[in-house]
Design a protein around this ligand. Sequence first.
Ligand code: NAD
Length: 488
Amino acid sequence: MEDYTRHLVGNEWVRGSGGEYESVNPFTRSAWAVHTHASEADVSRAVAAARSAFPAWRQTSGYDRARLILRLADLMERDIDRLAELETRDNGKIVRENKNQIAFAARIYRFFAGLADKLNGETKPLDNYDTVDYTVREPLGVCALITAWNSPLQLLANKLPPALAAGNTAVIKPSEFTSVSTLALGEVILEAGFPPGVINVITGAAGTGAALTSHPDVDKISFTGGVETARVIAANAAAHMTPATYELGGKSANIIFPDANLDRAIPGAVSGIFAAAGQTCVAGSRLVVHADLYDEVVEAVAKRAQLVRLGDPMDAQTQMGPLAHSGHLTRVRRAIADALEDGARLVTGGAPPPGLEDTLFMAPTVFADVTTGMRLAQQEVFGPVLAVQRFRTDSEAIEIANGTRYALASGLWSGDITRAHRVAKELRAGTCWINTYRTSAAQAPFGGFRNSGYGRERGTDGILEYTTTKNTMIDLSTAVRDPFVLGR
Ligand code: NAD
């Protein structure tokens, strides 16, 4: 058992005092690392460390902050293999994908480093010639950064570098299912040379998260996880009016029009749902297919699903690993049972593959003849389970795509540029992919609305979430103003 009972607070490793918990490798199903929950007192210590580091950190130049963020990106890249392997041991995702994600994470750090000295304010030409007015973008203070288990370091890359670049300090809490890679990043953070307290890492489950997000000295929350947890956090945050960004789940529609290039659309559909075993917030979990192609597409996707190579996620040949933990497998199984009960037609999968019955694997699963009222069309599964729906007209496709409470991502496949843009305009989602799916970029803003949350990550929008605007007015005149009327 590896000892990860430490938290990083004020650049010191300290043991958490809230009791121990274990990381379980979902492939071997054995516990391999031990952690400690941060108690309320531990959370307060981490927040206090971040608070005391804030005044000096916000006064550093953007250039100096950028240099440290760039150094951290370099060190992450140096350690990609180790960090990705730790992450795979914790969440069971294939190591190739985790390496790719950590490389992307480093790219995002560099993007935000580049913005650290470009957070310009504006001067405002007021009605009164004698008054000079300017705005500045100020940091908020202590940021609580909470991540989900599916991609700990990549999700953190959407939060930590913009927070730091804007002059904030941070307390990070990864998921209790995947705490190791973020603690390993803590070692890299120390090596990068950030001043004490600028970045703090604590671990723990819901209790730790609740203590952090209801802490009166936290100035900003950035959360990635499920909508039910987000509701609890939003209620806690309301006590102190703490602003928050919520990156939540999805039930994203991937639409195939009759004029689509199926040689590209079918792999796009497969990657949309079976990459990372469907454990991605943007999973294209509803495939919405025109009636003329419906049977052909269902058959082709099911065939591809049957060819997915399941196995050891550390093996370079493996395409899909196990689900991340046993509670999650139970949840995915329940969604499959609900789909059958609601009358969806199981085309392939629906159970762990033969020979893997007592593991955390789930076979890539395709349900056809799904309708909008079914639970499979409404509830996020966060697993390798595809719901295929049928449409006849463009407006029907739009209605189906928009027919859930989620609004995170969407995709469409069409060779007709006019149709593609016309439909994209109507899709209710924070991201719309045309003739691609699950493509990400540091420059492109990402996020949702409705049950998918609010706020944006990445892109220039992403850094503004960690700032507030201060307006300053200077009266250059010598005139004495009437104290009883509004100055303008
Ligand atoms: P979760 O909501 O169970 O947990 C997320 C994090 O919240 C964990 O760190 C957890 O310890 C913490 N937490 C739990 N209870 C808390 C509380 N009361 N107060 C504060 N923190 C608390 O989600 P999960 O199962 O880890 O992740 C799966 C979900 O995350 C899915 O819905 C998925 O779509 C979503 N997700 C969204 C994005 C995105 O960017 N939109 C990315 C990845 C995952």
